[in-house]
Design a protein around this ligand. Sequence first.
Ligand SMILES: [Zn+2]
Length: 58
Amino acid sequence: MTYEEGKLLREAWKENGNQPCNHDFIDREYMYGGAHSDYICTTCGECHFNKEEFHKDK
Ligand SMILES: [Zn+2]
């Protein structure tokens, strides 16, 4: 998934009420050139540098 796709996901998620997300499906986030590789939730578009960040207590 690219950064742009993630951005669209985040916007769509907010418009749908910004529900809590379990972040069940985590993908790598790629940018042009491939140097950038954060993790991104394919459900809500949230992105973090580490996979562990998604499941920290809020
Ligand atoms: Zn999520």
